[in-house]
Design a binder for this molecule. Sequence first.
Ligand code: SAH
Length: 241
Amino acid sequence: MTAPWRATVLTLFPEMFPGPLGVSLAGRALAAGLWSLEARDIRDSATDRHRSVDDTPAGGGPGMVLRADVLAAAIDAAAIAPECPKLVMSPRGRPLAQARVRELAAGPGAMIICGRFEGIDQRVIEARNLEEVSIGDYVLSGGEIAALALIDACVRLLPGVMGKQESGAEESFSEGLLEYPQYTRPQVFEGRQIPEILTSGDHAKVAAWRTAEAESLTRARRPDMWAARIGQPGTKKATDG
Ligand code: SAH
């Protein structure tokens, strides 16, 4: 058997892990050995008496910057396999999308560096060939919550983590579409009915309804996704409006 998918997190706050990944789907899979997690303290790689990891920005300005030498030492000490992607969470990075999540989940795992303060020294990004990944156009106070989000997205796709029932095959982004609306009992909630088709038992009609809903939702909410879809096999033509 090959080694389970492995997340190696470099952080100043290792106590934040596994955190929310210790419960529910990800937590059960972690306990079952379907994936593994190591949170390493960047401060363990500090060399001076005060164990300092940051310093003031060159050129001036507010805040502190994580030192290249300390971070490089922390990366090297983690002894990551060469084929394992080395990521650094950063608002300047490529926005994380389901396609990259799928690639990462299909690989051996990921090393993930969590920034703090004003960020990290640019030279370590270049010297260690780090891939900058953003989880959205907003600024968090540290990379830990971003890393938790990335790991969660990967772990749920690992074989055996989600049951067949909860399979990711039909969900948002799986086919360049947002997911159709979901309903469950009760049949009537505050006067609102479940759409009749869904309780008709006609599987073909249900599938057609879901596709139509997914398409109109995507077109209304995510014109960028819709535009990227047009022209793909099996999709609507631009002239369809
Ligand atoms: N001064 C930086 C922000 C630093 S925020 C800038 O303007 O770009 C501190 C750390 O939080 C970052 O180093 C990064 O690791 C993390 N972080 C903040 N927002 C993030 C986001 N949207 N995606 C991923 N990581 C983020």
